[in-house]
Design a protein around this ligand. Sequence first.
Ligand SMILES: [Zn+2]
Length: 316
Amino acid sequence: MNLLKFFHKYPSEEKCLAAYAKIRLKQGITCRKCEYETKHYWLRTVKRFECKECKTKTSYKANTMMHKSKIELQKWFILIHLMTSIKKSMSALEISKQLGMRYDTVYNAMHKIRVLMGKRDNRYQLSGTIEMDEAFFTTVDFLRDKDEPLKRGVGSQRKTRVLVLVESEYTGLRAKEAKRYGKASDHKKNRRMGYAKMIVMDEDSTSPTINYELEQHVDSTTNAISDDARNFKGVGNVLNSIKQMKFDSKDAMKRLPWVHTVISNAKRMANGVHHSVNKDYLQNYLNEFCYKLNRRHFQRDMFDGMLAASVSDTWF
Ligand SMILES: [Zn+2]
């Protein structure tokens, strides 16, 4: 959906309310007095749902991602649209200027959307063959330096560890044959990228911690390939197999092409668009990055999916 189509479909707060009410009625509304899902009516004039049984009224934002939010619904729609339709990530500063909204308001709302994106992707586990690696993102720890002024780039710069997992199936094409299939370098065409996950890790990433994350995010029939990093020794008993390869760093792109591509693109997003990323929010930025990456081939509009998800996911 491009911007023109978006505004054609949602030209006003009323239209957005009507669309949102329809989604909520379809998904079902739990009455807080009856304490179970009852039939509700949408009362357009007071912007509330009414329980058919006991007449208790429920706000249209109650128990959704927009719970108690003062942002108009149309602005939420625009935020979701911008964050799902634009391939690259947009900064809160840029959007706050475009929408004439306060920076903090936009910043917080965008993070809620990123949390939702993460919840969606956490429903799926990776499978098949995965490339596995660890990356270190430059982040800023504002809490640790709370006496310092919160200026851009000021704060204690540090590296935050991220576990990166990318499905990567061998296509069986030899380098020469692969070359015919496009511009991407040969070794990439040897492997086809599937879904990706990026998980912010604790400072010490011992094998039990890594195994715990693998258990959450990867199917137990999966085969992993990685470099010979010491961290990965003793990792993988939750998987079918793990193959650690020893190679020169200059061959990294050849041996683990997709995990390295994902890491460098994610770093460009984090440092290029959002500058000094707060370490507590790094996971959210990575959620957005992976959410879009994982849906790059989807024909269906991501906007509708996110809108429906903002209602159905349990927020409270
Ligand atoms: Zn009721």
